[in-house]
Design a protein around this ligand. Sequence first.
Ligand code: B16
Ligand code: MG
Length: 224
Amino acid sequence: MKAVIFDLDGVIADTAVYHFQAWKDLARSIGIEIGENLNQQLKGISRMGSLERILKFGGREHDFSEAEKLSLAEEKNQTYRGLIATMTPADLLPGIKNFLAELKDAGIRIGLASSSKNGPLILKNLGITAIFDTIVDPSKLKKGKPDPEIFATAVNQLGFQPEQCTGIEDAVAGIQSINGAGLFSVGIGVPASAHADWTIPSTEALTLDALNWNFIRKQKLINP
Ligand code: B16
Ligand code: MG
């Protein structure tokens, strides 16, 4: 295995709580009450894609011009950036710090495939920017997750083949993206219907030994 490519929200840190708070405030300001159910469906979905889903949920999808939608999304982003400004290295999810260190020590390259345009700022607040060998810029992509483009781009940027790489995700749309791009997929708390190659209950179970074992096991199944 040459590289591990990470999703951010729900894998490296729990930024979903801040996204939810910011979307809840924005939605309430236009008369829409959103709950945890809808929040689950926003995981891994782009900012404008999330806004469209919220407007549809509230029956207001035809009530705003494109310019107004952009300004609503910007308002949400300002609230969100205020919330993530409080993040520190203590906000890394359990096991991630050790796992990143294990990968570095083993010479395995590390990439970021997050839909978030705030990814670099979050990595900085978490104190892990220097660990990353490559970061995909989501604003340059044609299609968001579940399309394979984001993970395929990370693999290309590193100069490897997809089957030499692992992708780690907490969202069903993200696992679909990894599988579509042909990487080994690790799902954090995803349902069996997501078809991750290896599913674990939380980031605490991420160790290089366990990943290697499952990665090689799949290769042996493909090329016995
Ligand atoms: P931003 P991921 C995703 O991050 C979040 O899961 C999703 O809720 C959010 O809308 C999206 O990033 C865009 O984020 O508004 O900061 O650009 O899971 O792909 O790391
Ligand atoms: Mg995620």
